[in-house]
Design a protein around this ligand. Structure first.
Ligand SMILES: Nc1ncnc2c1ncn2[C@@H]1O[C@H](COP(=O)(O)OP(=O)(O)OP(=O)(O)O)[C@@H](O)[C@H]1O
Length: 211
Protein backbone atom coordinates (compact mmCIF):
# COMPACT_ATOMS: atom_id res chain seq x y z
CA UNK A 1 0.00 0.00 0.00
CA UNK A 2 1.25 3.49 -0.81
CA UNK A 3 -0.22 6.97 -0.45
CA UNK A 4 0.98 9.09 -3.34
CA UNK A 5 0.68 12.84 -3.89
CA UNK A 6 1.88 14.23 -7.22
CA UNK A 7 2.41 17.88 -8.08
CA UNK A 8 -0.14 19.11 -5.54
CA UNK A 9 -1.18 22.73 -5.75
CA UNK A 10 -3.56 23.92 -3.03
CA UNK A 11 -5.11 27.37 -2.62
CA UNK A 12 -6.99 28.79 0.37
CA UNK A 13 -9.01 31.89 -0.42
CA UNK A 14 -6.93 33.68 -3.02
CA UNK A 15 -3.57 32.48 -1.65
CA UNK A 16 -1.45 29.61 -2.89
CA UNK A 17 -0.53 27.55 0.18
CA UNK A 18 1.04 24.44 -1.39
CA UNK A 19 2.75 24.77 -4.77
CA UNK A 20 3.85 21.66 -6.65
CA UNK A 21 4.33 19.24 -3.74
CA UNK A 22 4.98 15.54 -4.43
CA UNK A 23 5.59 12.76 -1.91
CA UNK A 24 4.84 9.12 -1.20
CA UNK A 25 4.26 7.27 2.07
CA UNK A 26 4.39 3.49 2.10
CA UNK A 27 2.47 1.12 4.33
CA UNK A 28 4.64 0.66 7.41
CA UNK A 29 5.82 4.29 7.43
CA UNK A 30 4.89 7.54 9.13
CA UNK A 31 5.42 10.89 7.43
CA UNK A 32 5.84 13.75 9.90
CA UNK A 33 4.84 17.18 8.56
CA UNK A 34 6.76 20.08 10.05
CA UNK A 35 6.98 23.82 9.43
CA UNK A 36 6.02 27.08 11.10
CA UNK A 37 2.47 28.18 11.95
CA UNK A 38 0.53 28.87 8.78
CA UNK A 39 2.85 26.96 6.42
CA UNK A 40 0.05 24.60 5.34
CA UNK A 41 0.19 21.41 7.44
CA UNK A 42 -3.54 21.40 8.27
CA UNK A 43 -4.39 22.40 4.72
CA UNK A 44 -2.41 19.45 3.36
CA UNK A 45 -3.95 16.96 5.81
CA UNK A 46 -7.48 18.20 5.06
CA UNK A 47 -6.76 17.87 1.35
CA UNK A 48 -5.53 14.29 1.79
CA UNK A 49 -8.72 13.57 3.77
CA UNK A 50 -10.83 14.88 0.88
CA UNK A 51 -12.20 17.96 2.70
CA UNK A 52 -10.40 20.41 0.38
CA UNK A 53 -10.17 19.98 -3.38
CA UNK A 54 -6.67 20.74 -4.66
CA UNK A 55 -6.30 23.27 -7.48
CA UNK A 56 -4.13 20.72 -9.30
CA UNK A 57 -2.44 17.41 -8.68
CA UNK A 58 -3.18 13.80 -7.88
CA UNK A 59 -3.74 12.01 -4.57
CA UNK A 60 -4.18 8.26 -4.61
CA UNK A 61 -3.85 5.22 -2.38
CA UNK A 62 -2.23 2.37 -4.32
CA UNK A 63 -3.00 -1.05 -2.91
CA UNK A 64 -5.99 0.14 -0.89
CA UNK A 65 -9.64 -0.81 -1.31
CA UNK A 66 -10.77 0.33 -4.76
CA UNK A 67 -14.39 0.42 -3.58
CA UNK A 68 -13.64 3.10 -0.98
CA UNK A 69 -12.34 6.65 -1.19
CA UNK A 70 -9.09 7.58 0.55
CA UNK A 71 -11.18 9.42 3.16
CA UNK A 72 -13.21 6.28 3.84
CA UNK A 73 -9.98 4.37 4.45
CA UNK A 74 -8.57 7.07 6.74
CA UNK A 75 -8.84 8.06 10.34
CA UNK A 76 -8.77 11.84 10.47
CA UNK A 77 -8.00 13.50 13.79
CA UNK A 78 -8.05 17.28 13.53
CA UNK A 79 -7.83 20.11 16.04
CA UNK A 80 -11.24 19.29 17.48
CA UNK A 81 -11.88 15.94 19.09
CA UNK A 82 -15.30 15.13 17.64
CA UNK A 83 -16.43 14.14 21.13
CA UNK A 84 -20.20 14.04 21.61
CA UNK A 85 -20.87 15.77 24.93
CA UNK A 86 -24.28 14.18 25.46
CA UNK A 87 -22.78 10.66 25.42
CA UNK A 88 -20.59 8.85 27.93
CA UNK A 89 -16.98 7.96 27.15
CA UNK A 90 -17.89 4.36 26.21
CA UNK A 91 -20.91 5.51 24.19
CA UNK A 92 -18.66 7.82 22.18
CA UNK A 93 -16.32 4.93 21.42
CA UNK A 94 -19.30 2.72 20.55
CA UNK A 95 -20.65 5.35 18.18
CA UNK A 96 -17.33 5.54 16.32
CA UNK A 97 -17.01 1.79 16.22
CA UNK A 98 -20.30 1.63 14.33
CA UNK A 99 -19.84 4.75 12.24
CA UNK A 100 -16.21 4.24 11.24
CA UNK A 101 -16.51 0.56 10.44
CA UNK A 102 -18.84 1.22 7.54
CA UNK A 103 -17.30 -0.48 4.53
CA UNK A 104 -14.44 -1.96 6.55
CA UNK A 105 -14.47 -5.13 8.62
CA UNK A 106 -12.84 -4.60 12.00
CA UNK A 107 -12.40 -8.34 12.39
CA UNK A 108 -12.86 -8.17 16.15
CA UNK A 109 -15.74 -8.20 18.60
CA UNK A 110 -16.89 -4.54 18.96
CA UNK A 111 -17.11 -4.62 22.77
CA UNK A 112 -13.58 -6.02 23.08
CA UNK A 113 -12.23 -3.49 20.60
CA UNK A 114 -13.91 -0.57 22.38
CA UNK A 115 -12.61 -1.72 25.78
CA UNK A 116 -9.08 -2.16 24.41
CA UNK A 117 -9.17 1.29 22.79
CA UNK A 118 -10.24 2.99 26.01
CA UNK A 119 -7.66 1.00 27.98
CA UNK A 120 -4.88 1.99 25.61
CA UNK A 121 -5.60 5.66 26.20
CA UNK A 122 -6.11 5.22 29.96
CA UNK A 123 -9.85 5.88 29.88
CA UNK A 124 -11.16 2.56 31.19
CA UNK A 125 -12.06 4.00 34.61
CA UNK A 126 -14.00 6.80 32.91
CA UNK A 127 -16.12 4.56 30.66
CA UNK A 128 -19.44 5.65 32.15
CA UNK A 129 -18.39 9.26 32.70
CA UNK A 130 -20.25 11.95 30.68
CA UNK A 131 -17.90 13.16 27.95
CA UNK A 132 -19.02 16.73 28.65
CA UNK A 133 -17.12 16.69 31.96
CA UNK A 134 -13.79 15.41 30.64
CA UNK A 135 -10.70 17.61 30.93
CA UNK A 136 -9.05 18.90 27.73
CA UNK A 137 -6.43 16.13 27.79
CA UNK A 138 -9.04 13.45 28.56
CA UNK A 139 -11.16 14.68 25.64
CA UNK A 140 -8.11 14.51 23.42
CA UNK A 141 -7.44 10.93 24.56
CA UNK A 142 -11.05 10.02 23.78
CA UNK A 143 -10.69 11.62 20.35
CA UNK A 144 -7.57 9.53 19.77
CA UNK A 145 -9.28 6.32 20.97
CA UNK A 146 -11.13 6.53 17.63
CA UNK A 147 -7.90 5.35 16.00
CA UNK A 148 -8.23 1.99 17.70
CA UNK A 149 -12.00 1.40 17.74
CA UNK A 150 -12.05 0.74 14.00
CA UNK A 151 -9.29 -0.47 11.74
CA UNK A 152 -8.37 1.97 9.00
CA UNK A 153 -5.10 1.72 7.11
CA UNK A 154 -4.39 5.45 6.81
CA UNK A 155 -4.08 7.79 9.79
CA UNK A 156 -4.11 11.56 9.18
CA UNK A 157 -3.34 13.31 12.44
CA UNK A 158 -3.14 17.06 13.04
CA UNK A 159 -1.22 18.01 16.19
CA UNK A 160 -2.36 14.82 17.94
CA UNK A 161 -0.39 15.55 21.13
CA UNK A 162 -2.14 18.89 21.78
CA UNK A 163 -3.27 18.94 25.47
CA UNK A 164 -1.63 15.57 26.19
CA UNK A 165 0.69 14.99 29.14
CA UNK A 166 3.93 13.06 28.64
CA UNK A 167 2.46 9.65 29.48
CA UNK A 168 -0.48 10.17 27.13
CA UNK A 169 1.84 11.32 24.33
CA UNK A 170 3.77 8.09 24.81
CA UNK A 171 0.52 6.11 24.49
CA UNK A 172 -0.16 7.87 21.20
CA UNK A 173 3.36 7.18 19.94
CA UNK A 174 2.93 3.50 20.88
CA UNK A 175 -0.37 3.38 18.96
CA UNK A 176 1.23 4.91 15.85
CA UNK A 177 4.21 2.55 16.10
CA UNK A 178 1.86 -0.46 16.38
CA UNK A 179 -0.11 0.84 13.39
CA UNK A 180 2.96 1.18 11.16
CA UNK A 181 4.50 -2.07 12.35
CA UNK A 182 1.36 -3.86 11.18
CA UNK A 183 1.51 -2.24 7.72
CA UNK A 184 -0.56 0.91 8.25
CA UNK A 185 0.62 4.36 7.25
CA UNK A 186 0.33 7.73 8.95
CA UNK A 187 0.77 11.39 8.05
CA UNK A 188 1.16 13.51 11.17
CA UNK A 189 1.52 17.27 11.59
CA UNK A 190 3.40 18.23 14.71
CA UNK A 191 5.54 20.95 16.25
CA UNK A 192 7.02 18.51 18.77
CA UNK A 193 9.52 15.72 18.10
CA UNK A 194 7.49 12.54 18.69
CA UNK A 195 10.25 9.94 18.48
CA UNK A 196 8.24 7.68 16.17
CA UNK A 197 9.70 4.52 14.69
CA UNK A 198 9.82 4.12 10.88
CA UNK A 199 9.19 7.86 10.41
CA UNK A 200 10.41 10.38 7.84
CA UNK A 201 10.02 14.15 8.03
CA UNK A 202 8.59 16.43 5.34
CA UNK A 203 9.48 20.05 6.10
CA UNK A 204 6.90 22.18 4.28
CA UNK A 205 9.03 25.32 4.74
CA UNK A 206 11.88 23.72 2.80
CA UNK A 207 9.41 22.58 0.15
CA UNK A 208 8.05 26.09 -0.21
CA UNK A 209 11.55 27.53 -0.68
CA UNK A 210 12.32 24.90 -3.31
CA UNK A 211 9.09 25.55 -5.25
N1 LIG B 1 -10.52 28.91 5.08
C1 LIG B 1 -9.42 29.60 4.78
N2 LIG B 1 -9.46 30.64 3.94
C2 LIG B 1 -8.35 31.31 3.63
N3 LIG B 1 -7.14 31.05 4.14
C3 LIG B 1 -7.05 30.04 4.99
C4 LIG B 1 -8.17 29.24 5.36
N4 LIG B 1 -7.76 28.29 6.22
C5 LIG B 1 -6.44 28.47 6.38
N5 LIG B 1 -6.00 29.51 5.64
C6 LIG B 1 -4.63 30.01 5.55
O1 LIG B 1 -3.85 28.96 4.99
C7 LIG B 1 -2.53 29.02 5.54
C8 LIG B 1 -2.16 27.63 6.03
O2 LIG B 1 -2.94 27.33 7.18
P1 LIG B 1 -2.81 25.94 7.91
O3 LIG B 1 -3.86 25.90 8.97
O4 LIG B 1 -2.81 24.87 6.89
O5 LIG B 1 -1.35 26.06 8.56
P2 LIG B 1 -0.59 25.10 9.58
O6 LIG B 1 0.76 24.84 9.02
O7 LIG B 1 -1.43 23.92 9.91
O8 LIG B 1 -0.47 26.06 10.84
P3 LIG B 1 -0.42 25.78 12.43
O9 LIG B 1 0.98 25.27 12.72
O10 LIG B 1 -0.64 27.16 13.00
O11 LIG B 1 -1.52 24.83 12.78
C9 LIG B 1 -2.54 30.08 6.63
O12 LIG B 1 -1.92 31.24 6.12
C10 LIG B 1 -4.01 30.31 6.89
O13 LIG B 1 -4.25 31.63 7.27
Amino acid sequence: MQLIAEDLVIDRGSRRIIDGLSFAVKGGEALVLTGANGIGKTTLLRTLAGFIRPFRGVIRLDGGDDELTLGEQSHVVGHTNAVKSSLSVAENAGFWNTYLNVGLDSGQDPALRIAASLRHFGLEDLSDFPAAYLSAGQKRRLGLARLLVARRPVWLLDEPTASLDTASSERLVAAVNDHTSSGGLAVIATHLPLGLERARTLDLAAQRMAA
